[in-house]
Write a protein that binds this ligand. Structure first.
Ligand SMILES: Nc1ncnc2c1ncn2[C@@H]1O[C@H](COP(=O)(O)OP(=O)(O)O)[C@@H](O)[C@H]1O
Ligand SMILES: O=c1ccn([C@@H]2O[C@H](COP(=O)(O)OP(=O)(O)O)[C@@H](O)[C@H]2O)c(=O)[nH]1
Length: 238
């Protein structure tokens, strides 16, 4: 492993919505390409990358339930959306010569590999990127919960969450122009200040297992590598 990286194995969580990029719906190929290049740099530096991708660019169960659909069915659709994003991401990574396995908590024979934590670790050790799709496989959870759960299972050194803003702020930066970016926070401060990092059940799981969380801007070129090098970028919660 290259000596200038601070983490050997990471669980990278990419937001489904951020994959939309400049498109009105679905997936922006430019975002996929840029993320593939950035993930490729990590792999070259010797970092083992487990990847959880959201599905918010396609379906969210809670939103579907607002219009009358059964929430469980809506969540199944949301989880399948993460498999579609996973297929697109694997395709893009493979086109960039990065060996990738797409695992799914909802197995689809012939298309995905069923999720197994031991198999995931063994492939990560061989230098493959492993995409862990279909969230936790259960309704009423989010892909942030999946990221923390899988991060703990695969014994990652940190959960690194890519989002649309530069990190965790004192208030929602999209709404409050005076919001201040934090570079470091404790789990306790996040709870006390009620800061939106991820949903509470995901966050508490990470806290209880002392899993560090980093939040960075997916739209900022090079930000991910800076986080991995331990440079001042985004927000670290530990
Ligand atoms: N304290 C805060 N710090 C950072 N972002 C915040 C905060 N409060 C609300 N937000 C909003 O949360 C959004 C990111 O949430 P995230 O969980 O990544 O989104 P998604 O719903 O796509 O998973 C940002 O775009 C930002 O507008
Ligand atoms: O373990 C999980 C993960 C996801 N989902 C569903 O999949 C959708 C897409 O995931 P998420 O909203 O976390 O995506 P993101 O916001 O990261 O794009 C969610 O809204 C849920 O409906 C679920 O039911 N269980």
């Amino acid at each position: 492993m290259s000596s200038d990286v601070a983490y050997k194995r990471i669980l990278l969580k990419l937001s489904g919505e951020a994959l939309e990029g400049k498109e009105a719906f679905g997936i922006d190929p430019d975002v996929l390409q840029r993320m593939s290049e950035e993930i490729g740099e990590l792999v070259k530096a010797g970092v083992q990358v487990g990847l959880v991708i959201g599905g918010g660019n396609i379906f969210r169960g809670a939103k579907l339930a607002e219009s009358g659909m059964n929430r469980v069915v809506g969540d199944h659709m949301g989880m399948l959306a993460t498999v579609m994003n996973g297929l697109a991401m694997r395709d893009s990574l493979e086109r960039n010569s990065i060996k990738t396995t797409l695992m799914s908590a909802m197995p689809i024979q012939g298309i995905t590999t069923p999720y197994s934590w031991m198999e995931a670790i063994s492939r990560l050790e061989k230098g493959e990127v492993v995409i862990l799709s279909a969230g936790t496989g259960n309704p009423f959870f989010t892909t942030d919960s999946a990221a923390c759960l899988r991060g703990i299972e695969i014994q990652a050194d940190a959960v690194i969450k890519g989002t649309k803003v530069d990190g965790v702020y004192s208030a929602d930066p999209m709404k409050d122009p005076d919001a201040v970016l934090y570079h470091e926070l404790s789990y306790k401060e996040v709870v006390e200040k009620e800061l939106k990092v991820m949903d509470l059940s995901a966050f508490i799981l990470a806290r209880d297992h002392k899993m560090p969380i980093m939040v960075f801007n997916m739209n900022k070129k090079g930000a991910l590598m800076k986080v991995i090098r331990g440079e001042e970028e985004g927000t670290v919660i530990k």
